[in-house]
Design a binder for this molecule. Structure first.
Ligand SMILES: *Cc1c(COP(=O)(O)O)cnc(C)c1O
Length: 388
């Protein structure tokens, strides 16, 4: 069959029909599936035949979502999970054992940080953090026990970037499994497997759903690793619900259109903030002041939907800004059709120590705006009045 383009795959990847001639994929709300005979059941359990048995293992809706995400990321196989964090945890826990070590970029999603620092050490798995701004130091942090290189780029909320090609080569040289949290960019803007990543994890809760309706996650990548992850999730049970899988698969149909609009709005917002006298610093991967603009252009199609800025006056002024927005939503989410303002230091990253926050640029005056899909004039008007 002729190879189709990303936008087409996002819409036309459909793996199951019920026989009712429905145009859109139906929802399979069933926990289990029937066997034709005792022999059929035996063959399914013995993996001699392919087919659905039980929705913790597979379900037509979940399969479609996985299949579509694999196409969009350029992967051969994947596993869907009940949340982004179930994806992050499963991708690590399935591949490591007692004594292993993880090297991770220091700027990570708050709960990923908690998994590395509070939970994995209970099972004898340790980690080191590497500074994004000091790539020369990374190699010295790799030990013989190091098995995984875990990255998030662009980082949340600092919007710092890691050179994926460089990281891919580093992983290859030291035989590390390179896992990338690609949540902020989505495959429409960045495809880490093309730069040598081994596994991609996503919080589907964010831009993949795009409308703030449900929690979910997905891991895609190389077969040999997905096989391990799949064994782990099959038996530990963080399965994605068929309803959410159906919803995410429908949402992906509009991913390119939505992401471009998120980017349009975020770019204009970054330009506006960059010129505002109450703004000390604006962070956006494609903004002219971003120190890694060239790298952004190399590995990302556009800058994504999230903009950060540091307000003059620190904590006091930042919380006042959050309280003063009228239309924009005060929430901890991102990747929604509605524009959201967040104060990371007191919410999503409050569990970090002051020093840890400082090292990843989460100052008391930092505000994150996840640009939604509303008219940009209305977004800017609300930001302007809240700043004044
Ligand atoms: C939200 C988020 C997660 C966690 O996803 P959930 O769906 O909330 O569990 C992981 N990584 C990044 C970068 C995120 O933004």
């Amino acid at each position: 069959m002729k190879k189709t383009k990303f936008e087409t795959d996002a819409i036309r990847t459909q793996t199951s029909t019920s026989g009712e001639r429905e145009h859109s994929t139906p929802l399979y709300l069933t926990s289990s599936f029937l066997f034709d005979s005792a022999e059929h059941a035996r063959a399914l359990f013995a993996n001699e035949e392919e087919g659905n048995v039980y929705s913790r293992y597979s379900n037509p809706n979940t399969d479609e979502f996985i299949h579509k995400m694999c196409k969009l990321e350029g992967a051969s196989s994947g596993v869907a999970t009940a949340s982004g964090m179930a994806g992050v945890f499963s991708s690590i826990a399935a591949l490591l054992k007692k004594g292993d070590h993880i090297l991770a970029s220091r700027s990570l999603f708050g709960s990923t940080h908690q998994i590395l620092s509070e939970l994995l050490p209970r099972w004898g798995i340790t980690h080191s953090y590497a500074d994004i701004n000091d790539p020369d130091s990374w190699e010295s942090l790799i030990r013989k026990e190091t098995k995984i290189l875990f990255l998030e780029t662009p980082s949340n909320p600092g919007l710092d970037l890691i050179d994926l090609e460089w990281a891919g080569e580093l992983s290859k040289k030291h035989n590390l499994i390179n896992i990338v949290d690609n949540c902020f960019a989505t495959p429409w803007l960045q495809r880490p497997l093309e730069y040598g990543a081994d596994l991609i994890v996503h919080s589907a809760t964010k831009f993949i759903d795009g409308q703030g309706r449900g929690i979910g996650g997905i891991i895609v990548g190389k077969d040999e690793y997905i096989e391990e992850v799949s064994f782990f999730t099959r038996h530990t049970g963080p399965a994605l619900s068929p309803f959410n899988a159906w919803m995410f698969s429908k949402s992906l149909e509009t991913l390119p259109v939505r992401m471009d609009r998120h980017c349009d709005n975020a770019e204009q917002l970054a330009d506006f903030l960059g010129l505002h006298k109450k703004v000390k610093l604006v962070k956006y991967p494609f903004h002219k002041d971003h120190p890694q603009l060239e790298l952004a252009r190399k590995q990302m199609k556009r800058g994504g939907g999230v903009v950060c800025f540091e307000i003059e006056g620190g904590y006091e002024q930042a919380t006042q800004f959050i309280d003063k927005v009228a239309m924009l939503s005060r929430s901890a989410n991102l990747g929604d059709a509605r524009t959201i303002v967040t104060h990371p230091a007191s919410t999503t990253h409050s569990k970090l120590t002051d020093q840890e926050r400082e090292r990843v640029g989460i100052t008391p005056g930092l505000i994150r705006i996840a640009a939604g899909l509303e008219a940009i004039d209305d977004i800017l008007e609300d930001v302007e009045q809240a700043l004044s």
